[in-house]
Unconditional design. Structure first.
Lengths: 464, 216
């Protein structure tokens, strides 16, 4: 009863604290001074988006079309050579050094390392090792992601993470990578955005395998990936026993969890309840499972999963948050998602129409700090082809981190998405997220945007 | 719908069966009434360490009219968010029709909410309210009652002289309470409050309204 009365009182006055950072221009002269001492700034990429020359389930998907003839990828783009990072890593490293970056998050490509089941490409592994050695020599701490949306074709043919059977193959791959890179890498991220992978592939149907509106399969995939995460984390801790940076920890396990603000369109009970349910599945379910070791997904009338998984609790040491934007949700009981999602009109937005909402990063940092993990921003960035607002976006989001840090949130690193323009999944090459511009029809040189200087200034302002 | 309304209206005006007089308006469970009030509404959803929602200022007007036993119950509610860049300004209209007997009253209809800038802009929901009188205690069952803000509730009324108090349970977990306090013949104050949690959503509202006319 006391809780109910309290909820009523709070409910009546419930005003989420909003900082009003959008539209502001935080001073670059001092920005960064409010970040915690030793805060790490860097960038993030993913193998399929930058390496070029990959052959996986996405390369097949990129060639296809939807039933109405619309290509799977905007403008019919295919990843192809991408940024050619496979051959131009030194250019990437030089770009990072010009930023003053201290960390770099990248993924290794499973399909490159194990193109067919049980056949390992030693030369490919050696190249990744060469990268981690070079990064460390440059004073840049690598974070290695093991799964960033792509699957080897042979894994996809066996239904990927729709089945628990894929876990064994994923753990075998994880062990191989840990054996090869463990002495140069401490920070590991088994999965990137479990929630987004499942939503785009099994609810939206716009990523492989292109299944639409299958909520049951969506949450089943999320559950299987969480189980695979637990097993992979255990394997990493067992295999990687070398403390590469001398901080006393041989492994730092994290997950890059995509979070969004889901704002109810109105006070309607339906809008509010469905926004709450969406938030629970998309934002809360994964961290809750990682904290408690219990996977619980509830989609009323569709599927209930409630399972305790050995090793899941304690399987991360830090929580990574990927934050970009805010969605407005209006109830739509006729759709699988139970809502229609849109971006608020009249708001500042990026090239993809995404609401530029830096307050959301502050809200997510304060929210997830309640779990007790140190937090890193493992992705944050914006699509800005005209190089007109990226600097402001970066400054506003760093200001949001400063505010959260001042309020006691243990936030330790920021990885800007992305180091350079790249193959942006279903958006193809149309969305420009890079701190460096890449001309995909030309030389593919990394050309600094105006945000590079801002990034560098922020790094220099951080107290060491 | 028009044909149904006409049929009901004609039935309401039909002459009484010889020897069986229809109950007069004053003998029915509820009578004609109008209310105008102001409220505050908090709507949010919550997770550990996080609550996303807004408080609203809510002017509200309702009216009930009886034509014989035929009952029309209508109202409008404006929800004005108190924070910038939060939930949309929204207008809600409710229209319910039904029948009122000596001890029972039932109305059902629709609630339409229009939210500024929302996609889609309008949202339609059914709404039902059934009230019964058992002497000193009355009972009300509502589904998407109170402008569809309350998912479902079962409330009990207690009368003391001309005052009336009610307390009820909101599904799945919550409370609804009310009080009618007559100030003069034909005029009084009505206080209504509810608070509930449904899934992650937490909604609470408090309204004070002046009542003109009579009845539950």
């Amino acid at each position: 009863m006391r809780r109910l009365v309290l909820a009523a009182a709070v409910g009546l006055t419930a005003c989420t604290p909003r900082l009003g950072l959008d539209g502001t221009s935080p001073s670059l002269a001092t920005l960064g001074q409010g970040l915690p001492r030793g805060f790490l700034m860097g960038t993030a990429t993913a193998a399929h988006q930058v390496e070029g020359g990959n052959d996986n389930d996405w390369t097949d998907w990129e060639k296809g079309s939807f039933p109405d003839g619309t290509p799977h990828i905007v403008d019919g783009d295919q990843s192809g050579l991408a940024c050619d990072s496979w051959n131009r890593f030194d250019d990437d490293l030089a770009a990072m050094q010009a930023l003053g970056a201290k960390v770099y998050r990248f993924s290794v490509e499973w399909s490159r390392l194990e193109p067919t089941e049980g056949a390992w490409d030693r030369a490919a592994m050696d190249r990744y090792r060469e990268w981690t050695v070079k990064l460390r020599a440059a004073g840049i701490e690598p974070m290695v992601t093991l799964h960033h949306f792509t699957l080897p074709k042979w894994v996809a043919a066996k239904r990927g993470f729709e089945t628990e059977d894929t876990q064994a193959a994923f753990v075998a791959y994880t062990r191989r990578v840990a054996e090869a890179l463990g002495d140069t890498v401490d920070t590991w991220c088994p999965f990137n955005e479990i929630n987004v992978y499942a939503a785009q592939g099994y609810l939206g149907g716009i990523w492989p395998p292109g299944v639409k509106d299958d909520t049951a399969l969506q949450v089943t995939v999320m559950a299987n990936m969480l189980k695979a995460h637990a097993a992979a984390a255990a394997a990493l801790r067992e295999v990687d026993t070398v403390d590469a940076d001398g901080d006393g920890r041989a492994t730092v396990l994290t997950t890059a969890h995509h979070v969004r603000i889901f704002q109810p369109a109105s006070h309607s009970v339906l809008d509010t309840a469905i926004a709450g349910l969406t938030d629970d599945v998309a934002n809360e379910a994964v961290p809750r499972a990682l904290k408690t070791g219990r996977i619980r997904f509830s989609v009323p009338g569709t599927i209930e999963i409630d399972e305790v998984v050995d090793g899941l609790a304690g399987s991360i040491d830090e929580l990574g948050l990927n934050y970009y934007t805010r969605d407005i949700l209006r109830a739509d009981l006729g759709s699988a998602a139970l809502s229609y999602s849109y971006f608020k009109a009249g708001r500042p937005s990026n090239d993809l129409g995404w609401d530029l909402y830096p307050d959301g990063l502050y809200l997510m940092l304060t929210r997830f700090s309640s779990y007790g993990w140190p937090i890193s921003i493992t992705e944050n960035g914006t699509a800005d082809a005209t190089d007109s607002f990226r600097t402001e976006y970066l400054a506003q989001h760093v200001a949001a981190i400063e505010r959260a840090a001042r309020e006691g949130v243990d936030v330790r690193a920021y990885y800007h998405w992305s180091l350079m323009d790249n193959f942006e999944w279903a958006e193809g090459y149309s969305a420009r997220f890079g701190l460096y511009r890449v001309d995909f029809d030309g030389t593919r040189d990394r050309v600094p945007t105006s945000a590079v200087d801002a990034f560098k200034t922020i790094v220099e302002n951080i107290r060491r | 719908m028009t044909a149904l309304l006409l049929a009901v209206l004609l039935a309401a005006e039909a002459p009484a069966v010889e020897g069986v007089a229809p109950p007069a308006a004053a003998e029915r469970l509820v009578g004609p009434e109008a209310t105008a009030g102001l409220g505050v509404l908090g709507a949010s959803y919550a997770q550990p360490g996080y609550r996303l929602g807004d408080a609203h200022f809510t002017p509200v007007v309702t009216a009930r009219y009886l034509l014989g036993g035929f009952t029309t119950d209508a109202g409008v509610l404006l929800a004005v968010p108190l924070t910038r860049d939060g939930m949309a300004l929204a207008f809600t209209g409710s229209l319910r029709i039904g029948w009122t007997w000596r001890a029972w009253s039932a109305v059902g209809g629709v609630v339409m909410q229009w939210a500024s800038g929302a996609t889609p802009a309008s949202q339609w929901l059914p709404s039902l309210r059934v009230s019964g009188d058992f002497g000193t205690v009355g009972m009300t069952l509502g589904v998407l009652d109170h402008f569809a803000l309350v998912p479902a509730h079962l409330s009990f009324d207690f009368r003391a002289e001309r005052r009336r108090f009610s307390l009820g349970w909101v599904v799945p977990i919550g409370l609804v309470a009310g009080a009618d306090l007559p100030l003069s013949e034909g005029f009084g104050l009505r206080c209504t409050a509810f608070a509930f949690k449904a899934f992650q959503a937490e909604v609470a509202m408090f309204t004070v309204a002046g009542t003109f006319g009579g009845g539950r």
